[in-house]
Design a protein around this ligand. Structure first.
Ligand code: AGP
Length: 608
């Protein structure tokens, strides 16, 4: 969704803003713009389309002079993608410019009020009301104006604002939309995400809701809504600039697929200590766990698919009932929650609006919330009772791969820890799992080494119009992810089904040549899924299977088989998903799709 960058320092702001916005492209956008403050005047350049349009318009930022500025990539919510709807938006007099990420829910009331006061609107956006509102409230004190905004605006916002009356500085604040402050040397910044800051600093401050930050080249001041100055405590980010760069790969997605063995290693290593699982600061005792009557796993998209894996493995390893919910459904379905509920929220970004809302609902009703999150300091990470970070590093491609894989590992570790606490696995079994976990990165490496074979078959099958994925139990959970991966980047219609469910309706769609991916890696049910594979094959399906090495029988019933190494059943999804990620990637590549930024999609869905 929208991205924000703000800069105050010794360099020309416009090129810095363009570079910063480039690092936010992954979020998904359809227009871009900048506003630069120079000698008491604000200059704006903005345009619909990709960042390159803005680059050309401003000659790489050269034509817009000034050392302070704000920039924006817009993912349209109110009003079509167009030049006029692009941010920044300017107030009536041209003295204030605003960039905004989020949705102002009461913008129509505010707009009507402002229109009565003589303000006219150029755009269809909710953001333009903020620009006029700032001008309406401003009586010589920007801090007061910002605080006043927090009282008037309903909904979510991350804001960057410059005032022609205040040279050398800009203002920012947030509520329910991400915004990070970068603390540099002789320059200070804000951005929607850390990769935009890394070229300048690795010291950041995660802004809290309704905190107002005033930034100039050599000062960062943060105030609460009572005008009390707050301490600026820096967090050091352990990534360097290259972590968020392609490093010679054609696409971030491919780089991130290939990085998975290392990501898994980073997620596993610190948590396996002296033959025991240590879950960071998440301390839960056997007694506490015995008191848990129900576990809810709540998430969206691929994170939800990790939750589906979680349901299977947590129920198996704890015998505590687990429900897995899509966050946007959970928040409105009046779920039955009490103090004996453990809620696990899963989110790569930690900023997904529906997941945040579901988490808050759960907390309000007394659940203990454990978050599995990738982005340090994100809203979910800060509001949950406990956090387990996935340590996947920055994930830039919209289609998640390494974040999904590391989430899976954290869920595995959790299931094993719970089993240990509840005495549901003996020492020998646990030791076997620890060994298997340690071997996983190497097995994943081995799976990735088969990529040419998958690339070849993608080149043969990329022109299919509809593809089915079937599996049972954990393979069904992985089928959901394989299908989503394919849909989001290759735009091929695809559906995932539990193997036994197909014959209850959807099998009517199977005809000669229909491509069906059969996931047959969950050992306890391989025989069953093989029968389901036979059923679709008998109706003409072209069968590509994913099976574990040495499974001769899947070879017999399939047209093509991708093999993955065998591991213990609960860990198998980490390997089974790899051929599906690669297949989606190569199909999209063959079709010439925009792999890292698929159409209509945003990396972090910060609106409902
Ligand atoms: C997956 O490839 C998607 N990008 C999407 O489904 C994503 O998993 C979902 O939007 C949830 O995001 P989160 O993990 O950041 O909460």
């Amino acid at each position: 969704m929208c991205g924000i960058v703000g800069y105050a320092g010794g360099k020309e702001a416009a090129p810095v803003l363009l570079k910063g916005l480039e690092k936010l492209e992954y979020r998904g956008y359809d227009s871009a713009g900048i506003a630069v403050l120079n000698d008491g005047k604000i200059e704006i350049a903005k345009a619909a389309g990709k960042l390159q349009v803005l680059r050309d318009l401003t000659h790489e930022g050269q034509t817009v002079a000034g050392l302070v500025g704000i920039g924006h990539t817009r993912w349209a919510t109110h009003g079509e993608p167009s030049d006029v709807n692009s941010h920044p938006h300017i107030s009536k007099s041209g003295r204030f410019a605003v960039v905004h990420n989020g949705i102002i829910e009461n913008y129509q009331q505010l707009k009507a009020m402002l229109q009565k006061k003589g303000f006219t609107f150029l755009s269809q956006t909710d953001t333009e009301v903020i620009a006029h509102l700032v001008e309406f409230f401003y009586q010589g004190d920007m801090l007061d104006t910002m605080i006043r905004l927090t009282n008037e605006l309903e909904g979510s916002y991350a804001l960057g604002i410059i005032s022609a009356d205040e040279d050398g500085k800009f203002y920012a604040m947030r509520k329910d939309s991400p915004l990070v402050v970068g603390l540099g040397e002789g320059e200070n910044l804000v951005a929607s995400d850390v990769p935009s800051l890394l070229a300048h600093t690795q010291e950041v401050y995660y802004l809290n809701d309704r905190e107002v930050v005033v930034l100039s080249a050599d000062k960062v001041e943060i105030f609460d809504t009572n005008r009390e100055r707050l301490e600026v405590t820096a967090t050091h980010i352990d990534w360097d600039v290259t972590a968020a760069e392609k490093g010679g790969y054609e696409h971030f997605m491919f780089k991130e697929i290939m990085e998975q063995p290392q990501s898994l290693q980073k997620t596993i290593s610190p948590r396996l200590q002296d033959g025991r699982i240590v879950l960071d600061d998440f301390h839960i005792t056997a007694d506490m766990l015995r008191n848990v009557s129900k576990i809810y796993i709540v998430a969206c998209g691929s994170s939800y698919h990790v939750g589906v894996v979680g349901k299977y493995i947590l129920e198996q390893s704890t015998r505590i009932p687990v429900e897995v919910d899509i966050a946007s459904e959970f928040r409105y379905r009046d779920p039955i929650i009490d103090e004996r509920t453990l809620m696990i929220v899963i989110s790569q970004s930690g900023e997904t609006a529906d997941t945040i809302a579901a988490m808050r609902e759960g907390k309000k009703q007394g659940a203990r919330v454990l978050a599995i999150v990738n982005v340090l300091g994100s809203t979910i990470a800060r509001e949950a009772d406990d956090v387990l970070y996935t340590w996947a590093g920055p994930e830039i491609a919209v289609a998640t791969t390494k974040a999904y894989s590391t989430q899976l590992i954290v869920v595995d570790l959790l299931a094993l820890k719970f089993a240990e606490l509840l005495g549901r696995m003996d020492e020998a079994e646990l030791a076997e799992y620890y060994r298997a976990l340690q071997a996983l990165p190497q097995q994943l490496e081995q799976t990735l080494a088969d990529k040419e074979k998958i690339q070849y078959w993608a080149s043969q099958l990329y022109n299919k119009h509809s593809i089915f994925f079937i599996g049972r139990n954990l393979d069904y959970a992985v089928a959901l992810e394989g299908s989503l991966k394919l849909k989001e980047i290759s735009y091929i219609h695809s559906e995932a089904y539990a193997g036994g469910e197909l014959k209850h309706g959807t099998i009517s769609l199977i005809e000669d040549g229909t491509l069906v991916f059969t996931l047959a890696t969950y050992q306890p049910l391989v025989e069953k899924i093989r029968s389901n594979a036979e059923e679709v094959r008998a109706r003409g399906a072209y069968l590509v299977s994913v099976a574990v090495e040495g499974d001769e029988q899947m070879q017999e019933v399939s047209d093509v088989v991708f093999t993955v190494p065998r591991t213990l059943p609960l860990l198998q999804p980490s390997l089974t998903v790899i051929p599906l990620q690669l297949f989606a990637y190569y199909v999209a590549s063959q079709k010439g799709c925009s792999i890292d930024q698929p159409k209509n999609l945003a990396k972090s869905v910060t609106v409902e």
